[in-house]
Design a protein around this ligand. Sequence first.
Ligand SMILES: Nc1ncnc2c1ncn2[C@@H]1O[C@H](COP(=O)(O)OP(=O)(O)OP(=O)(O)O)[C@@H](O)[C@H]1O
Length: 371
Amino acid sequence: MPFDRPNTDPRIASQPLISFEGVSKTYATRQRTSVSALADIDLAVPAGSVLGVIGRSGAGKSTLIRLVNGLERPDVGRIRVGDAEISALDERALRRVRRGVGMIFQHFNLLSSRSAFGNIALPLEIEGRGKAEIRARVEELLALTGLEDQRDRYPSELSGGQKQRVGIARALATGPSVLLSDEATSALDPETTRAILALLRRINRELGLTILLITHEMSVIRAIADRVAVLENGRIVEQGDVFEVFTRPQAEVTRTLLAGEMGLTLPAALAAQLGREPVSGAAAVLRIAFRGPHANDPIVARLARETGIEANILSGTVDEIAGQPFGSLAVSLPAGPDVVVRARAFLDAHGLVSDLLGYLPARSAEDRHVA
Ligand SMILES: Nc1ncnc2c1ncn2[C@@H]1O[C@H](COP(=O)(O)OP(=O)(O)OP(=O)(O)O)[C@@H](O)[C@H]1O
């Protein structure tokens, strides 16, 4: 069973705009074998929310997004977008539904022979809208995406970030209620990524657009998503509010994907010395997670005062996840009988989650100074 936590954000509707019920998808390969790309997917994207699906390469992310716009069909299960059951529609009906579903891509997919204006106008031309209406709508979208000065430039004359802005404006041209984002920032540098994610967040808030995005980067989820689903080998192994999943990851793959993002990794030199077994004199290393109001607690001082256990701070961060404070601290404990059990009981009693990372040889633990 995947770990599943309910939606707790009052801003987000309880009614899903996109839903997957018991969806599985296999591909036949040329070698006459089959590949299970998705299995038993249950997923709901509440109207007005941003849901991020994260997973490693080959986890099934692209397949999931292609099922939403009907580019792939499931073997079993149902996929709904609004009132339409995508999995049951013929091609003609699908085309109608797709008008309400915009999509942006990693490599932008712009027409090189058209200017920014021309690319954004294209979906409206296909719909047969009048010239004046098209002009007015495109001007509006150029302003929304900050592209007024680039309107006559061609894709080859635009930066990656500008190209993606054109992609976003084009996706919004026909006024969709859903935006699908397929690794939309993976080809961009970190600063441009932040700007594009901020634009998407603004569009979500201001236009009430529901966004389903797939990514392999936790930083993207953290910057924009309300909820996250973690895919591994075609299955959802964990889903829930971003703060919940980030601060209490349950699945191993989630922990691994989060390690760099959350300052959960130890300094490399220490990590290299960390062993699994408590050899004689070795110091246990704990990672303590501080959530919400506890993020700034002087917990190490209290641990010493109340239990006599003097922990040594190895590394630590205080940060914000989904607008709420979150801290993470790695400490080494002095060797001794029951020290780990007593320290963890103390932390537990104070509502703090701790993980035992391993053991450091006595010397390197003593050499560390308080950060
Ligand atoms: N058309 C296809 N024919 C056969 N197998 C496929 C096809 N498309 C995808 N697969 C397989 O299905 C699984 C899921 O692929 P998918 O592209 O959905 O993963 P992904 O998470 O998007 O990966 P990436 O991040 O590398 O794009 C993989 O094992 C892949 O090899």
